[in-house]
Write a protein that binds this ligand. Structure first.
Ligand code: FES
Length: 108
């Protein structure tokens, strides 16, 4: 099973963490299953951008993204080329490393 490494986030995960991902699981679901307080204001319906994350390793192993995800990502704070909505990015067979941005659209 692939491992998801969440890099330290000074508020919600100061020491970071590593967790196994189940087949077909999204980045958000791995975090929530492991009690990380990741925001997901639209309940994973690809409508809010609060679940924005930046994939530092393993980006190309994730599922592809839709036009809707692309549109919603444009509203995210701190957008980068390897940004994804964690509710939409399904983990493949490769270990990944994820950064949770310091802010999201709810915390400006
Ligand atoms: Fe709203 Fe992911 S939870 S876009």
């Amino acid at each position: 099973m692939p491992i998801v490494t969440f890099l330290p986030h000074r508020i919600i995960l100061p020491k970071g963490g590593q967790f196994f991902a189940c087949p077909g699981e999204t980045i958000l679901d791995v975090g929530l299953r492991n009690h990380i307080q990741l925001e997901h204001a639209c309940e994973k319906s690809c409508a809010c951008s609060t679940c924005h994350c930046i994939v530092r390793k393993g980006f190309s192993s994730l599922s592809g993204w839709s036009e809707q995800e692309d549109d919603i990502l444009d509203k995210a704070w701190g957008l980068e080329s390897h940004s994804r909505l964690s509710c939409q990015a399904i983990i493949g067979l490769v270990d990944i490393e994820v950064e949770i941005p310091l802010y999201n659209i709810n915390h400006w």
